[in-house]
Design a protein around this ligand. Structure first.
Ligand code: PMT
Length: 414
């Protein structure tokens, strides 16, 4: 089901560099069934043209409070009433300040005052501006007015700074919008029978970090996107979901419980503590196979040209869960760069898993830290190919496949 089917979303765009991402945002919201109308500030038009947004939204773009023609077509009060949900992305520091003050000196700020619809903002600004006390106070004010704040994310910024202040990526904004709409408009989620109701899913996600000394560690490129998408897909189908996550920069899906860990040892301890109560365990985390034998208590000084680190094997989390007497249906992942099927089948058998989802992490545009992925899912008796698609869509198909296999195995047992 498209969760935004028939929903009217008003997308407000203010003048930040992230405005260049908004045509894609409009497209992805429409993919979910939404009718999208765009309102732009004067500043936004310096970054993206109204014509582009009109073309992708298939609706006239509004940009002025005092335009008689536009008011004739759909007046600002009418537009405020039309919206089921207002998303402002990007929301600059200036726009946030204006809304927090209750100003109404352009169309977008006026709509925020005139609407009864829920409003979400996706802040986008330089990291120093985000941390500024004035901005933080304005954000607190908006939260007290029940605005939802989507992000911001952290990372490298257009100005070259690194830190918090990036607008969240489009897939994340779409997901958060769907979640918010499902929460504020329960009919969007409808009361249809949820197939995973009553099930508890435990999912590991992201990388682990193995400390070398107080400032250094060994890790990998996992972003957590695949694991979090699986968590979201299971939760949407009615499961109670717990994510055990290594360090990631993602917002936790609505209603999922997240347990944050750093090292493989911590993830192992949490997984074994929670697995006995779970119906399904999905090991999507990229767990470090080895850790440092002896973590230096002080920063290691640079002296010789070469240095050696002694590594010892970490416990195998998914194998230990699969070995539990009261084990959940256990699904592993296999991240391979060659002979994918051979190594995946070997892990399936050696770790005594019910299922394994294999991905080729050497192929471009998929695997670690990408938006898309492709999987071949093996059980002892069959295989299913899930071709390249977005991780969100892939997760939905994988969760459905796990559920099919789980219900078959339960039928066989009874
Ligand atoms: O996080 P993303 O950026 O979205 O990327 C997704 C992904 C590429 C990380 C994901 O799709 C994936 O392949 N996850 C498994 C990564 C991995 O560690 O694969 P592996 O083949 O090395 O391990 C096999 C299985 O054993 C995995 O289920 C792993 O979680 C598990 N394992 C490994 C070592 C260990 N000590 N304990 C484990 O449980």
């Amino acid at each position: 089901m498209q969760i935004l089917q028939g929903k009217k979303i008003l997308l407000g765009i203010s003048g930040g560099i992230a405005a260049y991402k908004t045509p894609e945002l409009v497209r992805r919201l429409k993919d979910q069934g939404a009718d999208v109308r765009v309102v732009m500030t004067e500043g936004a038009k310096a970054f993206i043209t109204p014509l582009t947004l009109q073309a992708v939204s298939a609706n006239a773009v509004s940009d002025s409070l005092l335009d008689t023609q536009a008011e004739l077509a759909m007046g600002h009060i009418e537009l405020a009433k039309w919206a089921d949900f207002i998303l402002i992305a990007p929301a600059t520091a200036d726009l946030i300040a204006k809304i927090a003050l209750g100003m109404a000196n352009d169309l977008l700020t006026t709509l925020c005052l005139a609407t009864a619809a829920p409003i979400a903002i996706a802040p986008a600004m330089n990291q120093q501006m985000w941390h500024n006390q004035a901005t933080q106070n304005n954000i607190k004010t908006l939260m007290s007015y029940r605005y939802s704040i989507f992000g911001p994310g952290a990372g490298e910024q257009a100005c070259g700074d690194i830190g918090l202040g990036r607008m969240l990526d489009v897939p994340e904004l779409v997901t958060l919008t769907c979640e918010q709409i499902a929460k504020t408009m329960p009919d969007a989620n409808s009361s249809e029978q949820k197939p995973l109701s009553g099930q508890h899913w435990l999912i590991t996600a992201g990388p682990t970090r193995e400390a070398i000394d107080p400032v250094r560690y060994i890790s990998n490129h996992s972003s957590g996107k695949m694991g979090f998408a699986i968590a979201r897909a299971a939760q949407e189908l009615g499961a109670e979901v717990t994510i055990i996550s290594g360090p990631v920069n993602l917002s936790t899906p609505e209603s999922c419980q997240k347990i944050s860990v750093t090292s493989a040892t911590e993830m192992h301890q949490q997984a074994l503590e929670h697995a006995p109560a779970a119906d399904v365990f999905v090991a999507c985390a990229a767990v470090a196979d080895y850790r440092i034998d002896h973590i230096a208590s002080e920063k290691i000084k640079k002296s010789q040209d070469t240095m050696q680190l002694n590594l010892i094997k970490n416990p195998d989390i998914v194998a230990d869960v699969a070995a539990l007497a009261n084990k959940p249906f256990t699904v592993g992942f296999a991240a391979e760069t060659q002979d994918v099927e051979h190594y995946a089948r070997d892990k399936l058998a050696r770790k005594k898993l019910d299922m394994i989802a294999a991905n080729n992490v050497a192929a471009a545009g998929q695997g670690f830290n990408s938006e898309d992925n492709a999987l071949t899912v093996f059980t002892a008796t069959d295989e299913k190919v899930l071709p390249l698609m977005s991780k969100n869509e892939l997760a939905k198909q994988l969760v459905q496949h796990i559920q099919d296999k789980l219900s078959k195995s339960l039928k066989t047992k009874s």
